[in-house]
Design a protein around this ligand. Structure first.
Ligand SMILES: *Cc1c(COP(=O)(O)O)cnc(C)c1O
Length: 291
């Protein structure tokens, strides 16, 4: 698949977070594609491969109006010559979000369903064509297997840190890590108490520890505060790393707090996964961010 550029991934130092004896680097998955960004490509790759192998012409998936997964699935299907259908949570908005516009531009057929219907993950009856189903957020073994192929220097880092939504990426990183390394997750949802179970379900070696911080959601999914946005600007000004306010901004903020509180073991080599999502910043008021 030559529309994403894994060769553009770099591992960059993070000066702002290299202090108190900790050395921090960032894996720039955000560079591989402007829309099929970061972890979404890795989670999708084997679903798409399987759909093509089964000679399916259409992929159907679920998401909210601001879902990076929806935008990425639309763009990836478009690039592969597949049709795509997105079942979107909630009534059709008067004005489409940037995410939905991006999905539409890539030919995704959008169907809006009520929150109650969405919860049941029923496919509306008007959809008659045959499709390959990708679960909401790419959650599942196929998604985790894809996330396990996220490429980084395995023996260089002690602790890998990533943002967590469905937990698919975290599970993949845990399945793919070297035995001595740890992976710490940072949940962007408020009070998602069964998240650890969702991750454990996808793990290959049973008994692998799942460590997730739940205190860095800033009020809940896609919520933000001035403190978060200030930190994102400070990170960019000092280290030249753009982050998104839904996932990676909260992740970097969380890592910074844990470093300040000396939670990381002394001399740890930390790798932060930049999982992309920058397109989501377009829903912020212009001028909020300096990048
Ligand atoms: C979707 C997304 C995540 C969360 O990935 P999960 O596998 O659902 O936990 C993290 N970061 C970004 C930028 C995302 O778009």
């Amino acid at each position: 698949m030559n529309f994403v550029h894994e060769d553009l991934i770099t591992t960059d130092p993070v000066p702002l977070l290299s202090k108190n004896g900790i050395e921090t680097a960032v894996l720039r998955l955000d560079k591989i594609h402007p829309v099929i960004s970061g972890n979404k490509w890795f989670k999708l790759r084997f679903y798409i491969q399987e759909a093509l192998q089964q000679h399916k012409k259409t992929i159907l998936t679920f998401g909210g109006a601001y879902s990076n997964h929806i935008a990425a699935t639309a763009a990836a299907c478009y690039a592969c010559g597949l049709k795509s259908i997105g079942i979107i949570r909630g009534e059709a908005p008067a004005r489409y979000s940037h995410t939905l516009l991006a999905a539409k531009e890539h030919g995704m057929q959008l169907h809006f369903v009520s929150r109650e219907k969405y919860r049941l993950k029923e496919v509306p009856e008007i959809i008659e064509e045959e499709y390959y189903l990708v679960p909401e957020g790419g959650y599942g073994f196929t998604g985790a297997n894809g996330a396990a192929t996220i490429p980084y220097q395995k023996n260089r880092f002690d602790i890998i840190c990533c943002a967590v939504g469905t937990g698919t990426m975290l599970a993949g990183l845990l399945n793919g890590k070297s035995p001595g390394a740890a992976v710490w997750g940072f949940s962007v949802l408020k009070g998602y108490t069964t998240l650890e179970e969702e991750v454990k379900y996808l793990l290959k070696p049973p008994g692998t520890q799942v460590k997730i911080y739940h205190d860095f959601h800033f009020g809940g999914y896609a919520k933000h505060t001035p403190a978060l946005l200030d930190f994102m600007n400070k990170l960019y000004a000092s280290s030249n790393i753009p982050t998104d306010f839904v996932y990676t901004g909260k992740l970097f903020f969380g890592v910074n707090q844990l470093i300040e509180k000396n939670i990381f073991p002394a001399n740890s080599k930390v790798l932060i996964i930049h999982s992309g999502g920058l397109q989501g910043n377009q829903s912020l008021r212009k001028g909020t961010l300096i990048f």
